[in-house]
Design a protein around this ligand. Structure first.
Ligand SMILES: [Zn+2]
Length: 332
């Protein structure tokens, strides 16, 4: 790749909409604090370039979640992540996590959310938090508690809800009642759909009124669903490296992002998990430019798509778009 493009990518203002806190812990911090070797870190926190499936990939969250059970660890995780993103010229990020996974040390979900919001406010980078409700068994009460917290902290650090977890095991369609409640309460939301599970999952998410889909790349399997996504102006939070790891795609070359983008679907580029997927936005952009038909201009457009789909106000969007455009002009 041309040096000029590489330099441009490094410095360009970036937006990240799909980033899991527990999958993006700072490796150096953990290594020092827990006295772990590179090998141990890799085994515990980084997924193989090819896992067997999403469930395999998800095992890499066990260790990070096990340590993020105190206020201090949660604070460090958020603080370290945001400092890292600031250095990469990320101008806006939506960080997501499931409060119910961080209560084993005695914190309540409310305290977990408060801690994360307070920590994020200490770093000078525009950010919001998305609270994940989890696919699973016997966690309806915990999910309901999370939904109520999203309502409580909405526009005070929290910007939306998400549904995450084992999509192929706990089907999207079974969450209809929950999303009706979320919609009735005017809480914005995104849904992981069209990753481990296919078209049916995407259809359910669209029926629930989702304006954003986590991944959504399996829309490529059905022309009608692609049209439906376009008609409803739904934005896809695409995470290419993660999709290759979980065997949804074989390679960057065959990844559907460029086909969806050139077909007119609003796509965005995200990391999913910086540590588990051993990636950054910079690496994602480089990999796509090197291996697909996407150019740096397309990557800039996708950053604008991210801003337009962000769970923020119109005036905030305008400000961010200005930053992206000003930088491009400076470079020309
Ligand atoms: Zn995700």
């Amino acid at each position: 790749m041309e040096k000029k493009v590489l330099k441009f990518i490094k410095k360009m203002p970036k937006v990240e909409l799909h980033l899991h806190l527990d999958g993006s812990l700072n490796v150096d911090y953990i290594k020092n604090k827990y006295n772990l070797s590179d090998e141990e870190i890799k085994n515990k926190m980084v997924a193989d370039e090819k896992c067997h499936n999403l469930n395999d990939y998800l095992t890499k969250f066990d260790f990070p979640i096990s340590i993020m059970q105190t206020k201090q660890e949660l604070e460090s995780a958020v603080y370290n992540l945001l400092e890292q993103l600031k250095k990469q010229n990320v101008i806006y990020v939506e960080i997501r996590f499931a409060p119910q996974f961080h209560t084993k040390g005695g914190l309540t979900q409310d305290e977990v959310v408060q801690t994360v919001i307070e920590a994020k406010n200490k770093v000078d980078i525009k950010s919001n938090v998305i609270l994940c409700i989890m696919r699973g068994k016997d966690n309806e009460n915990a999910n309901m508690e999370t939904i109520k917290l999203a309502k409580k902290y909405l526009n005070k650090g929290v910007c939306a809800l998400d549904l995450a977890g084992a999509e192929a095991v706990f089907k999207t369609c079974t969450y209809e009642k929950m999303f009706k409640y979320i919609k009735d309460n005017d809480i914005p939301f995104t849904i992981h759909a069209g990753e481990a599970d296919g078209i049916e999952s995407i259809k359910s998410a669209i029926d629930f009124g989702a304006k954003r889909l986590g991944h959504g790349v399996r829309a490529i399997e059905d022309e009608n669903v692609i049209e439906n996504i376009k008609d409803n102006e739904i934005t896809l939070e695409v995470c290419p490296t993660s999709n290759i790891q979980t065997c949804i795609c074989n390679s960057y070359e065959s990844h559907p992002i460029s086909r969806l983008y050139f077909n007119g679907v609003k796509t965005t580029i995200n990391t999913d998990n910086m540590t588990v997927s051993n990636t950054t936005l910079e690496k994602e952009y480089e990999n796509l430019i090197e291996n697909t038909k996407l150019t740096i201009e397309d990557i800039i457009k996708m950053n604008i798509n991210s801003i337009n789909a962000a769970f923020i106000s119109e005036s905030e969007k305008k400000e961010l778009i200005k930053k992206v455009k000003d930088y491009n002009m400076e470079e020309e």
